[in-house]
Design a protein around this ligand. Sequence first.
Ligand code: CO8
Length: 378
Amino acid sequence: MENRLVSTPVISATGLWTPAQSISNAELVQSYNAWADNWNRENEAEIKSGLVEPKTHSSVEFIEKASGIKSRFVVDKAGVIDPDIMAPRIPERPNDQLSILAEMAVLAARDALRAAGRDPKDIGAVICAASNMQRAYPAMAIEVQQALGIEGFAFDMNVACSSATFGIQTAADFVRAGHAKSVLMVNPEICSGHLNFTDRDSHFIFGDVATAVLVEAEHIAPRAHWKILGTKLKTQFSNNIRNNFGFLNRAAPDGVGTPDKLFVQEGRKVFREVVPMVADMIGDHMNELGLTGASLRRMWLHQANANMNRLISAKVLGRDATEDDSPTVLDTYANTSSAGSIIAFHKNSSDFKPGEKGLICSFGAGYSAGTVFVEKTA
Ligand code: CO8
């Protein structure tokens, strides 16, 4: 009995760190259009001879209608909206200083630790789960571990937008297996670093943020926590969301000449293929757990596109979802990859009463998708 209690994983707390700077759609579109006008001027001869198509303007109305995004937080606004740069300019730090990705993760982690009343010395493992690490090694997670004074072990993992749900299941498995009683899972996402701000189809999609989730053995968790009713992960190979950057192609990508070394996608195909995949996955997992749409108080879905979330939640609930059923943070944060569903959960869960159930769900590149059903205790 003692062992069974020790090995039951729960979510004790979450944390959030939001960059101080944000870019509105109007500011982003203004800089893109200025860049496009410059490009058209520079390539006037080729355009006139029909060799290349002129760049057309982006539009605030399109962005909001197609995605629900109104603005995004970023680590460096000046570089992103400068038509001569169109990328964040984040100065490299010497090796004896905390890396920026680790710094963001630590700030989100401290928020979660404060909420749980947890001393870092009681944590046994750190997982840094995010779309792109800022270097190959040493692992970002080990740097976070050191900065917080945590013993035990730490490692990085990348499952793109689904990194957080994959991280939660991994953490829960460590707790269940007795490898750690308390696991800190962080999601620092500098999406602006791998977004091509000169690509009209996607320049508006992403923002920067960091989130943290503390997964712990029930017997050490605070009285008010979240039971994990079940987790499920799924992957299915697709080239429709891809980033070919890596150490086998060392030519420095400038975001203009080498677009495949940054984020590229077939957005329409992703939309069409991922919506039914995720809705079916949620339905199957609910059946396995004996749950129905009616038994869910709320869904904290991956924040990629408001229209995708509307369709997925309507399929799960059998009716149109309200903002209360399926809250969005896309309007202010945009798509923050793995952090999106965790931000939605963090900001929209304090009103839960004991016994109420919800779903954290992610989906993205890979394809990859994860479902985590939770129930509020006290
Ligand atoms: N302004 C004005 N018009 C535009 C713009 C623009 N900015 N962009 C496109 N248009 C035009 C197009 O040219 C097209 O015109 P036409 O009909 O004349 O050809 C028209 O608008 C429609 O274009 P689309 O078909 O592309 O538009 P959609 O309605 O499909 O909307 C979206 C585009 C918003 C991209 C939509 O398809 C979508 O959200 N799809 C799902 C995307 C998604 O969820 N992706 C997941 C990515 S997350 C992930 O897993 C990766 C993690 C890695 C992190 C990366 C960090 C950088």
